[in-house]
Ligand binder design. Sequence first.
Ligand SMILES: C[S@@+](CC[C@H](N)C(=O)[O-])C[C@H]1O[C@@H](n2cnc3c(N)ncnc32)[C@H](O)[C@@H]1O
Ligand code: SF4
Length: 382
Amino acid sequence: MLSPALSLYVHVPWCVQKCPYCDFNSHGLKQNLPEKEYIQALLADLDQDLQRFPAMQGRELHSIFIGGGTPSLLSAQAISDLLNGVKQRLVLSPNTEVTMEANPGTAEADRFAGYFQAGVNRLSIGVQSFQQQHLDKLGRIHNGDEAIRAFEFAQQAGFKRINLDLMHGLPNQTLEQAMQDLQQAFALGPSHLSWYQLTIEANTAFASRPPKLPNEDLLWDIYEQGHLQLQQAGFNQYEVSAYCRDDDRSQHNLNYWRFGDYLGIGCGAHGKLSDLTGQRLLRTEKVKHPKGYLEQDRDFLFKQWAVEPSDLAFEYFLNRLRLFEDIPKAEFENLTGLGLDTLESSISDAKQQSLLEENEHYWIVTKKGRLFLNDLLNCFTD
Ligand SMILES: C[S@@+](CC[C@H](N)C(=O)[O-])C[C@H]1O[C@@H](n2cnc3c(N)ncnc32)[C@H](O)[C@@H]1O
Ligand code: SF4
C-alpha cells in the first residue's frame, strides 16, 4: 500500500436555526457560540489524532475543509487561530486548498475579508435558491438579494474560487423556476456549482411532514434541462452533483472520492486513515454532541474501527463511482491493498451488463453505467 493524499476536515456544529431538510450534525444556536473553547478543543482533538496515529505527523496536508453547520458563525480571528494551530501541527503543501462554508445569512464584508487574510482561499456559499417562496419553504435565514450580496462580499474580499450550493426538485418548484436559479447563479460567475437534488432524509422535519415534491417526470426534466444549461454555461460535471469551470475542481472532495485519507476533527467528524504498517484501513468518528465534545480533558474519539477486508472493494467503488473519470487499476491496488484477481467476478458481472468497460490500466464506466450507478455498485457487494 502506498500512502494516499491527506486532507483535514473540521466540523462546526452550529447554525442560526435548523433547516427542515438537513440531517447534518448541526444544532440551532441557543446562546453565544463558545468559539474560543471550541477552537481550543479542535486543536486538542487534532493533537490526540496525531498521538494516536503518529504516521500522520510527517505527511503533507493537501486540503482543509471547514464545514458544518455554519462555520461563518465563527469570527475571522477564530478561523485565523484555528489555521495557525493546524500549521503548527502539520506540514502544509505549498498550494493547500482551504475551503470554508458560509451561509448568506451570516455574511459580512469585513468578516469575509478576515477569512481570506486568515488563509481561507476557497469559499462555499449555501444559496439553495434565489427565490423567496422556496427559501421560505426551506426555512432559510436569508433572501435572494442577501445571497447575491454574500457572493459580492466574497469577491471583494479577494476570493477567486467560490462555490455556490443550489438545490433543485424543491417543493412545488416548476421547471422554469429551477432554470431561473441556475441562470442567476451563472450571472454571478462562480467557478464551481454544487447542484443537489433535494432528498428527504430520515429524522428531519421534512421526513415527519413531507412536502409535495415535483413528480418523477418533472424531476427528470429539471435534471436534463439544468444539466444542459450548466454545460452551455461552461460548467463541466466531474461528480454526480458537482460542476466547475476551468477545471476548478474541489481538491478536498476529489480526495474523498478518490479514496484518499483524511483526518476529521470537531463534533461528529469522520476520518479515514490507511494504517500502512498493519495494511489496514481505519475509520474514526468523534464525539457528536457539542456539550459532550466541549467537556474538559476529554478523549474526543467516539469510535474507531478497521474496515473489514471483505468490504474494502465496495467502499472503494462507492466513492470512486461518484467521479466522472476513468478508474486507475493501480490506484485500487495501492489504496485497498487488494489484488486485481479479487475483482474478477465483479468486473465480469459489470461488463456483462454493459455497465463497465476496461483496458489494460483503467476501468471505464459506460453511459449505461452512469445511468444505473446503483446496479453497477451492486456488482461489488459480496
Ligand atoms: C452542510 S450544508 C453546508 C452549507 C451551509 N450550512 C448552508 O446551509 O448555508 C451543505 C449543502 O448540502 C446541501 N444539502 C443539505 N441537505 C440536503 C438535502 N436534504 N438534499 C439535498 N441537498 C442537501 C445544501 O445545498 C447545503 O448547502
Ligand atoms: S443546511 Fe446548512 S444552515 Fe441549514 S441546518 Fe444544515 S448545515 Fe445548518
